[in-house]
Write a protein that binds this ligand. Structure first.
Ligand SMILES: Cc1ncc(COP(=O)(O)O)c(C=O)c1O
Length: 495
């Protein structure tokens, strides 16, 4: 029985049958059809109530309620048109019909106004239990058993010996710079194509960011640009104090090449693995290659603590120093004594409970996001001009977000137009990160392009779009995204 069949009643049905049918459908409306199955009218429980109050009993046939022209639209009517019809008539449901006037579906306001989000949180079964544990044990503090267990689990998944859980990934990057004593007049290299949080902490400590372009295939830090920048700045005596390497959208940067280059000049790498938890490079977790690494558990990430982060390293002294700076820098004394400028950056034991539960399902979340990516790849790579971010050799991305780029020589539609058309269909997409060199905040910052003739990241930004990638998205929902993209490209301008 299709869903619409459950709503359909013949004109001879009585009010008792109407009430019984209404109990079993989520959209509380019945459709009365004639002998040819064409829609005659709709009946709601309000209609039944009015009939009973008007003197009818439950044996009254629906035909006695009289005719009322239902609001119908042809199957396939656009979402925007359906919504404006609902608004115009101040109703919540429209009956969708085939060319013969037979009902084939219902368009209801709740479903039409629901937006498929880019990357919403996806809780497992254990999170609430760990949060309850924090309440039961009264560990409502930035310390406690959840926090310790979460940090231990973070060491395990990041392949590192030490971890400190924090209020955010941004805090982790800030602490990584402080731990390395980076400050005013120091220089820090950072990926140009990234979220602003990779760069803000460099400004917090008063250092100078140097923006390193993206590689055209991996979209991550270009080894060619890094090599050029290091060689030039070495000659000038202006080597950076650190290089922040971002693993964009969950795919690892080419760490062998980047580590080789930085080691040759004795410059440490801080991995901004905010987006790449659960990914791997060279058989080790993403985030296990630099001196220190930072993860984010922001609400949109592959796992979340609603907001949070972690700094990990194999060097205990670095993580201990970060932990001290994250807790107001309290010295080892009986009284409250502070020698270092420091912060209140520790994660709460309550939120660490969410993190414990989320880490238990990390592998499932990675598998789900990769499956989503593979379905997009399968369905959209047949469209000429749609390209995907690739994974460097020896790496497996977590595909936190699947991002497509539209080749302007083959697709005339701008990615923003595609984004707006998808939004009109209730599908959230986002442009790729706007490169740091294009940000007003960083006007005048030094930038090293991928090749002397070519900057890559602005082109990626202007042509790319992040697609819904949430691990709880159903295959049917994803199919809707794929169909919508194809329809929009056909109807609105594939050249
Ligand atoms: C690349 C990158 N770096 C850093 C961050 C900062 O993480 P948070 O939001 O936890 O501060 C994020 C995400 O928000 C990010 O995507």
């Amino acid at each position: 029985m299709t869903q619409i069949d459950q709503h359909i009643l013949s004109a001879t049905s009585d009010l008792r049958q109407v009430l019984a049918a209404l109990e079993h459908v989520s959209t509380k409306i019945c459709l009365v059809v004639d002998a040819d199955q064409r829609i005659m009218r709709t009946v709601t429980d309000g209609d039944v109530r009015r009939a009973l109050l008007g003197g009818h009993d439950l044996d009254t046939p629906v035909s006695a309620l009289g005719d009322r022209q239902p609001v119908t639209r042809a199957q396939g009517t656009r979402r925007a048109e359906l919504l404006s019809a609902l608004d115009e008539r101040a109703i919540d449901v429209i009956v969708l019909t085939d060319p013969e006037g037979r009902p084939v579906g219902l368009a209801d306001r709740a479903a039409l106004t629901k937006t498929l989000l880019l990357s919403p949180p996806h809780m497992g079964d254990a999170e609430a239990g760990y949060v309850q544990l924090a309440f039961d044990e009264n560990w409502i503090a930035p310390a406690g058993p959840n926090l310790t267990a979460f940090e231990d689990a973070m060491c395990y998944v990041s392949g590192r010996h030490h971890a400190v859980a924090l209020t955010s990934g941004t805090a982790g990057l800030h602490l990584a710079l402080r731990v390395l004593d980076i400050g005013v007049s120091d220089r820090v290299y950072v990926s140009d194509l990234t979220f602003a949080a990779s760069v803000q902490p460099i400004l917090y400590v008063g250092a100078e960011p140097v923006l390193i372009d993206a590689d055209p295939e991996s979209w991550n830090m270009s080894p060619a640009a890094l090599a050029r920048a290091l060689a030039r700045d070495n000659e000038r005596g202006l080597l950076p104090k650190a290089v922040i390497v971002v693993h964009l959208y969950g795919q690892s940067a080419d760490m062998d090449a980047l580590v080789r280059l930085t080691e040759a000049y004795g410059v440490p790498i801080i991995e901004d693995a905010a987006e790449s938890l659960g990914a791997s490079y060279g058989n080790r977790p993403s985030g296990a290659h630099g001196l220190m690494s930072v993860y984010s558990f922001n609400g949109n990430k592959i796992i979340t603590t609603s907001g949070g982060g972690a700094l990990v390293s194999d060097q205990q002294d670095l993580v201990d120093r970060a932990r001290k700076l994250a807790t107001q820098g309290r010295d080892d004394a009986e009284h409250y004594q502070h020698s270092d400028l420091s912060y209140n950056y520790r994660m709460s034991n309550v939120l660490a409970g969410i993190g414990r539960g989320q880490l238990e399902v990390l592998n499932d979340r990675v598998a789900a996001r990769r499956a989503i990516f593979l379905r997009y790849l399968d369905a959209l790579s047949e469209v000429p001009g749609i390209c995907f971010q690739s994974e460097v050799d020896g790496s497996i991305g977590n595909r936190w977000l699947t991002v497509i780029s539209l080749d302007p020589d083959l697709i005339s539609l701008h990615s923003y137009q595609l984004m707006r058309s998808l939004q009109a269909r209730g599908i959230e997409t986002r442009p790729a990160w706007k490169p740091m060199q294009m940000q007003p905040l960083l006007a005048g910052a030094a930038f090293e392009p991928h090749s002397p003739e070519r900057a890559v990241s602005p082109g990626l930004f202007l042509t790319s779009l992040c697609l819904p990638s949430g691990s709880a998205m159903s295959i049917r929902e994803q199919q809707g995204v794929i169909t919508a993209i194809k329809e929009i490209l056909v109807s609105e301008g594939q050249s």
